[in-house]
Write a protein that binds this ligand. Structure first.
Ligand code: 5BU
Length: 453
């Protein structure tokens, strides 16, 4: 079977479809690819393997083929038989991640892998698989995909440290189907337009586009004020609150509140808070962690005793109730933004890898009201892994940071500011490390300095 015939076969079995499809990322695409269907067509599976065999790069060597679960596995398996290379299969289940049997098959540290995947869209699955293999001492020789449908097809190797090969890119698929009149001219143009509009122009690569103006404002402030410190001022009385804030206001870019902790709250508190934010030039972030249905959170956010939307530029949001919570919070107001909880610092919390991935996807979709994510990790490497997945233009703020403690008796876990920043956190959130210090100003200076390394 030729490449052209193969593409037409994919179309015939419904593995390539045209219409209007909402992707995982939230974007609406005029085409949809589902190569998983080929497992029901053994002849096609055979053809895929033979086409890949003919296109395998000759200039790289590898000891194993690795199928990315699940769609890459049948393809890699056929190929392994055809070219007589041993196969490795990483498990998809999270609990196996990092454990000894997380990869099925025999291997030794230092051996090289060629990763096989059906389709690359963002590269996330391939990079996750590569990380998993590297964590087991394996090396990555490259990755081979059947269809490259990325809008931006440049620089994979320089960004990720190994080359990417593809049997087809999406333009080739479209032109074959057009020439065979399987799609119309209008459809072809719509697809090309879609690909053009979702590609990041090369000239923009280095100029970071922030998710929204508040994200940019905070990021610019961190730069101009030279601090990546967020103070979490969790105290119960307003005198202590303002006393600490007077001392530390110059050291911080963002002040995080839990307004409902205060025992003596009254509306004048907000007036004073806003004066301080002007005087010391910091933004305000109420860590309310909204988590209910859209209608309820709108009332909680834009009403009640605290009227949070009146005075806090940012709030935190749990995504457990789904994306419409963001419509409830922000659809009827302007110039407010949020941080979504992607990973928590609390011991044994229930957030899974899959949940985190979905939170990041929703954040990307709602960029006008999402400035970034709250994340945590057991060490700099874990944070780096999370950071890598965070879309460009969004910030990663990290709580659970303390220099002199590893945790508290109620499940909080701490990491050092150095590890947080080394892992790629854009800012550190520090509470008791400063508020419980006998000298909050000195403590704040210390954390600020550590946030700048
Ligand atoms: P600490 O005193 O530095 O432990 O305070 C940390 C603050 O950050 C506190 O206000 C928490 O509510 C907040 N926090 C956190 O510690 N861990 C998380 O995962 C999230 C928020 Br989300």
């Amino acid at each position: 079977m030729t490449k052209t015939e193969f593409i037409k076969e994919l179309h015939r079995i419904g593995a390539i479809k045209f219409g209007s499809f909402v992707l995982k990322s939230g974007i609406t695409s005029p085409f949809y690819l589902n190569l998983r269907l080929i497992v029901s067509h053994p002849q096609l599976l055979k053809s895929i393997s033979s086409l890949i065999t003919q296109s395998l790069p000759l200039n790289i060597s590898y000891d194993h083929l690795v199928g990315v679960p699940y769609a890459g596995i049948p393809i890699a398996s056929c190929l392994a038989v055809d070219i007589n290379k041993p196969l490795l299969i990483p498990r998809k289940e999270e609990k196996a991640y990092g454990s000894k049997d997380a990869i099925i098959g025999e291997f030794a540290a230092g051996e090289k892998c060629l990763i096989i995947e059906d389709i690359i869209t963002s590269g996330e699955s391939i990079l996750e698989t590569a990380d998993n293999l590297k964590n087991h001492g394996l090396k990555i020789a490259g990755a081979f995909v059947v269809i490259d449908r990325r809008a931006d097809q440049d620089n994979f190797e320089s960004r990720n440290g190994f080359p990417l090969f593809a049997l087809f890119n999406i333009e080739e698929v479209v032109s074959v189907l057009f020439e065979d009149s399987l799609i119309s001219k209008a459809q072809k143009e719509e697809i090309n337009e879609f690909l053009k509009s979702s590609a990041i122009p090369a000239s923009n690569e280095d100029t970071l586009q922030f998710s929204n103006t508040l994200t940019e404002k905070l990021s610019t402030l961190m730069g101009s004020k030279q601090t990546r410190l967020v103070l979490s001022l969790d105290v119960e009385d307003s005198n202590t609150f303002f006393d600490i804030l007077e001392k530390t206001g110059n050291e911080i870019a963002l002040l995080k509140t839990h307004i409902d902790i205060l025992k003596d709250f009254e509306p004048s508190f907000i007036t004073r808070l806003q004066e301080m934010s002007q005087k010391y030039n910091f933004l305000i972030f109420e860590d309310r962690k909204f988590a209910d249905i859209g209608n309820t959170v709108r009332h909680q956010y834009q009403g009640g005793v605290y009227n949070i939307s009146d005075w806090a530029e940012f709030v935190t949001v749990h995504m457990i109730a789904g994306e419409h919570i963001l419509n409830g919070l922000f659809d009827n107001i302007q110039n407010r933004s949020s941080f979504l909880l992607a990973k928590m610092s609390a011991k044994n919390n229930l957030i899974s890898e899959n949940y985190t991935r979905k939170v990041l996807e929703i954040g990307k979709k709602y960029s006008s009201v999402v400035s970034g994510f709250i994340g945590h990790g057991a060490n700099a490497e874990e944070i780096a892994k999370l950071k890598k997945k965070i879309p460009k233009g969004f910030l990663l703020l990290m709580p659970g940071v303390q220099i002199d403690s590893k945790g508290d008796s109620l499940g909080q876990t701490y990491l050092s500011p150095e590890s947080a920043i080394k892992g790629g956190a854009d800012a550190i959130i520090v509470g008791r490390g400063i508020t419980h210090s006998s000298n909050p100003l000195e403590a704040a200076k210390r954390y600020r300095e550590a946030s700048l390394i």
